[in-house]
Design a binder for this molecule. Structure first.
Ligand SMILES: [Zn+2]
Length: 192
C-alpha cells in the first residue's frame, strides 16, 4: 500500500484544530500541539482506498488454472471507519470463490479488502463491494463474502453490548443459487 504523503498545510489539520477548540480544549497545550497534524496523517492513511480501482489491484495476479474446487481465504483482519460517525468498525472477513478457469494470487484478496476498508463505509456495502470486485475481475462460478465486525460507534455510545459482532454476507453466482456450495463455504468459514 502506498503510504500517503503528509501534505504540508493539509486542511484537515486546521479543521482538527478548530474541532479541538470547539470541544473545549486548548490546542496550544503541550500534549495537543502536534495532534492536528497527527490526526490529518492518520485520516489520510485510513481513507487512502479512495480512487483505487480493483482492476489495478489484481492486475498481473490472475492466473489460468484448471483447479475447480472452492478457494477460501479466512480471517482477513480489517479496519474501517463507519460513514455515520467516522468511528472504527473492525473485525474479520472470509472470502470464498469457485474458480472458472482462473485463480487470483492469494495476497490480492487481503489487498482488495484493504482498498474497500480504507474508505468511509457501512458494513453491508463493504461486504458487497468485495464480493463484486472479485466477481468482476475474476468471473468465477460464484463468490461468497462473510464479514464479522465490532462497531465502536455502537459500543462506545452504549447502543450495543460491548464485544457483540455484527455479521453480514454477500453470495453471488453458485454461492447464491446452490445451497450445497453455500453450505460448504459457511462450514469452511466456521470450522477453525
Ligand atoms: Zn457508526
Amino acid at each position: 500500500m502506498a503510504r500517503p504523503n503528509p501534505k504540508p498545510g493539509d486542511p484537515i489539520a486546521d479543521l482538527v484544530e478548530s474541532l479541538l477548540v470547539e470541544l473545549g480544549e486548548n490546542p496550544e497545550r503541550q500534549g495537543l500541539q502536534s495532534t492536528p497534524d497527527r490526526v490529518a496523517r492518520a485520516l489520510r492513511e485510513l481513507t487512502d482506498g479512495y480512487g483505487i480501482n480493483p482492476e489495478e489491484v489484481v492486475a498481473g495476479a490472475i492466473f489460468d488454472q484448471d483447479y475447480d474446487e472452492m478457494v477460501v481465504v479466512k480471517d482477513i483482519a480489517f479496519y474501517s471507519l463507519c460513514e455515520h460517525h467516522m468511528l472504527p468498525f473492525f473485525g474479520r472477513i472470509h472470502v470464498g470463490y469457485l474458480p472458472k478457469g482462473k485463480v487470483i494470487g492469494l495476497s490480492k484478496i487481503p489487498r482488495l479488502v484493504e482498498v474497500f476498508s480504507r474508505r468511509l463505509q457501512i458494513q453491508e456495502q463493504l461486504t458487497r463491494e468485495i464480493a463484486e470486485a472479485i466477481n468482476t475481475t475474476l468471473a468465477p462460478k460464484g463468490v461468497g463474502v462473510v464479514v464479522e465486525a465490532r462497531h465502536l460507534c455502537m459500543e462506545m455510545r452504549g447502543v450495543e453490548t460491548p464485544g457483540g459482532h455484527m455479521m453480514t454476507s454477500c453470495m453471488l453466482g453458485t454461492f447464491r443459487r446452490d445451497p450445497r456450495t453455500r453450505a460448504e463455504f459457511l462450514d469452511l468459514v466456521r470450522g477453525s
